[in-house]
Design a binder for this molecule. Structure first.
Ligand code: 8YV
Length: 329
């Protein structure tokens, strides 16, 4: 039997599925340190990860490893050049999380605009002693301008929600989406700068790459409206968290909502100090049904990529399909 490592706790029934095909080493505890991860990978043919960093050193420590299946759509934890150099396949879990993640982005945007958590903290602290006309005044979503940065599958799902809120939708992306999608979503392409000036609510849904590092920093925040909100459901590092904390403290923008952070699970201490930010612990895809679908899709990818099951040799979501069928070097 081929050997696999499941690097994180996941649903036990998915482990049972994997056991039908593999000898499974399951880390059902804290995330492994790089050293422990490399050691556990040493005799494995495949691995299932969830954000665990896999680069040249991990692959060198695992001479038999042929596939790493990430339980996430984002795979910035993989060094794909290193994978390609050794003919190691990477897979991810796109699509199954689009609507759930867009729902959560919407919830965060609304919470930031209408100051939901900020006012709840006030109430819980026992500070609410009277109704007042100007308590926690926020900004409207309905009829406002939504700015989506990153118009992939999740960005499009967000923009589709905006149709029901009678919003103007502007977007920025590496490249323009197809004209029929622009028409369906009533979405207008703008440069990043023009989008930041025009939008009432900016939502970030782009993948993390070296080029996207600090897509939003002090310069970009200075372009936004003082009434605007910023929501990040993409990846830590896309926003300069220190610059954002400063912009929130000085009310350069009205509020923000963040599900992802630079260096998470640590959160920049300055963000914890400001009231006008909603903070959640990387849970945008965390509905029961979606996390189950992601775990099962990650298992499907691993089973197929290691030549087992009904789709043997044809994993549904290869990231670097050019290595399929090539011997590990
Ligand atoms: C994952 C995510 O749950 O899919 C992604 O890219 O950010 C989340 O849905 C998380 O990355 C753990 O792997």
């Amino acid at each position: 039997m081929q050997k696999i490592l499941v690097a994180r706790p996941i649903f036990p029934d998915v482990i049972d599925r994997l056991k039908l095909y593999f000898d499974v080493d399951w880390n059902n505890g804290e995330a492994l340190s790089p050293e422990a991860l490399h050691q556990r990978l040493a005799d494995k043919d495949g691995a299932l990860t969830a954000g665990d960093p896999i680069g040249a050193a991990a692959l060198a420590a695992a001479p038999r490893l042929r596939v790493v299946s990430n339980m996430a759509v984002g795979y910035n934890n993989f060094d794909i050049a290193a994978f390609n150099a050794l003919n190691v396949l990477g897979t991810n879990t796109p699509d199954v999380l689009n609507e759930t993640t867009a729902d959560f982005g919407w919830a965060l945007m609304m919470a930031a605009a209408r100051r939901v958590t900020e006012s709840e903290h006030f109430l819980r602290a026992g500070k609410w002693d009277k109704w007042s006309f100007d308590a926690f005044l926020g900004s409207d979503i309905y009829g406002a301008t939504l700015g989506v940065i990153g118009m992939g599958r999740i960005g499009q799902a967000l923009a589709r929600r905006a149709l029901g809120f009678n919003m103007r939708v502007v977007y920025h992306n590496r490249s323009r989406v197809a004209p029929e999608i622009e028409r369906e979503l009533n979405a207008e392409y703008l440069s990043k700068e023009d989008l930041l000036k025009a939008a009432d609510h900016v939502v970030l849904v782009l993948p993390y790459t070296a080029q996207n590092h600090h897509t939003i920093g002090a310069t970009e925040l200075a372009l936004m409206k003082p009434t605007a909100t910023l929501t990040n459901i993409a990846r830590g590092g896309i926003v300069d968290d220190a610059a954002l904390a400063h912009a929130l403290r000085t009310r350069q923008i009205a509020s923000a909502a963040l599900d992802v952070f630079e260096g998470e699970p640590r959160v920049h201490p300055a963000l914890l100090e400001v009231e006008n930010v909603v903070l959640t612990p990387h849970i945008a895809s965390a509905s029961e049904a979606t996390r189950r679908a992601m775990a099962n899709l990650a298992a499907d990818n691993l089973i197929a990529a290691l030549g087992e099951g009904p789709r043997a040799g044809q994993p549904p979501n290869p990231i670097n399909p050019a290595v399929l069928g090539k011997a590990r070097t």
